[in-house]
Each structure stands twice: as C-alpha cells, then as structure tokens.
Design a protein around this ligand. Structure first.
Ligand code: FES
Length: 219
C-alpha cells in the first residue's frame, strides 16, 4: 500500500469545492469554472477532520433497482452550510451487511467529485459520467475513459441507532484484482501512484483534505 506524504490543506478549500458541486444536474458551464475558482481563492490553513454527517433514513436508500444510486446532499458543518456542502451517491447493493468494508456490504457510497479537476460526476445506468471533460466511471467508480486519474473517492458509512445512514470518513481508492485499496484523500488530478501532474500546484490541487487514521483493509 502506498502512502504519499501528507500536505496541509484546509476546510475552506475542500468546502468551496463541495459547495460548488452540490446539486444534481448543475449547469455544465458553472461546474467547470467554480471548483477551480474555489481552489484558487482558497487560503492556506490546517488539515481538517471529516465530520460525520447523516445522509438520511436508511429506508430512503434501499429502493434502488439495478444501478441507480441515490444522490444525497450533505452539509458537514451546519454552521457553515454554504462552504461545507457536498454530494454523495449511495448505491444499494441488495446485500445484507452493515459493515461498510465487508464483501457483502449493503451500500457503497461514492463521492461525486470527479478525480480529474473536481467537477460533479453524474450517475448513469452504467456508472458515472463527468460533464466537464468526458471522464467515465463504471459501477465500481473505476475510471473507464477520459482524463480522470483514479476511481471516484468513497465514503466510509455506518447505520446508527437513529436509523440514519451516516458517512464517517472519506477515502481515495484504487481498484486492483477486484479488491479496493484505500488511501487518504487525494486532490482532483492527483494519481495515487505518483505526484501531482505537470503545472499543477497546491493552489489548484490541494493534496489532502482530511486527517485520516490507518487506511482500512477491505474484507
Ligand atoms: S473534471 Fe471530470 S473530466 Fe474533467
């Protein structure tokens, strides 16, 4: 498993991107410009801790037939809703386990942030599609076409006693040999096996957005 060096990032930078990506079907022109502008305007600061957030009652995510993940807007910090918003896609697998890492996990929760430069990917019957530059992802979130450099990020999740589905951490992933390998979140444009692409800079591509514990091992 590969760990790239930790870099500083900020809630503000992450949050500006999140705010830009909320809303299914956002106008393409807007979503191209806003995430990059968000990064560029962001200031340096400290690494953030992901705040667990409820996506809603579990029953709201179990009606899926075939591949049609449910979009779930979330706000990490209720005190700052405009700058801490994001969108998760909840895929109901039809399997029983409440352990998000289990092979028969009930859900897979994807981030909609495209791993190219951060536009909001949209769910399709075959996976996910990014409207900005044409990246395509399959139903595992693995890139199948376009300039994205890695699969879509995923969220750790749990079903809590309040009956809600919660997301509790965000991970970047690689998929190899049918197994999911988890890594601390990388920025859009940053591959997990190399450095930031040419001409990129932390200003545009903050390298890591959350403080993480030990990456989990999928079952
Ligand atoms: S941001 Fe998704 S393909 Fe460019």
């Amino acid at each position: 498993m590969i760990h790239l060096g930790k870099r500083r990032s900020t809630t503000t930078r992450r949050s500006l991107l999140g705010a830009a990506t909320v809303g299914v079907g956002a106008a393409v022109g807007g979503v191209i410009a806003v995430p990059v502008a968000g990064y560029a305007l962001a200031s340096a600061g400290t690494e953030a801790t992901f705040r667990p957030v409820a996506l809603g009652p579990v029953e709201g995510f179990t009606g899926e037939r075939r591949f049609a993940p449910t979009p779930a807007p979330y706000v990490e910090d209720p005190a700052q809703p405009l700058v801490s918003s994001g969108l998760a896609y909840v895929h109901h697998t039809g399997r029983p386990s409440g352990d998000w890492l289990a092979p028969d996990a009930k859900f897979v929760v994807f981030s909609n942030r495209c791993t190219h430069v951060g536009c909001p990917a949209q769910a399709t019957p075959g996976g996910f599609s990014c409207p900005c530059h044409g990246s395509q992802f399959d139903t595992q979130g693995a890139r199948t076409a376009g300039p994205a450099v890695r699969p879509l990020d995923r969220f750790a999740w749990e079903i809590r006693a309040d009956g809600n589905l919660w997301i509790t951490q965000r991970w970047s992933v690689l998929i190899a040999g049918g197994r999911i390998h988890y890594y601390p979140v990388k920025s859009p444009g940053q591959p997990l096996t190399g450095q930031l692409p040419l001409a990129s800079a932390d200003l545009l591509y903050p390298a890591e957005t959350y403080r993480h514990g030990q990456p989990p091992q999928a079952g």
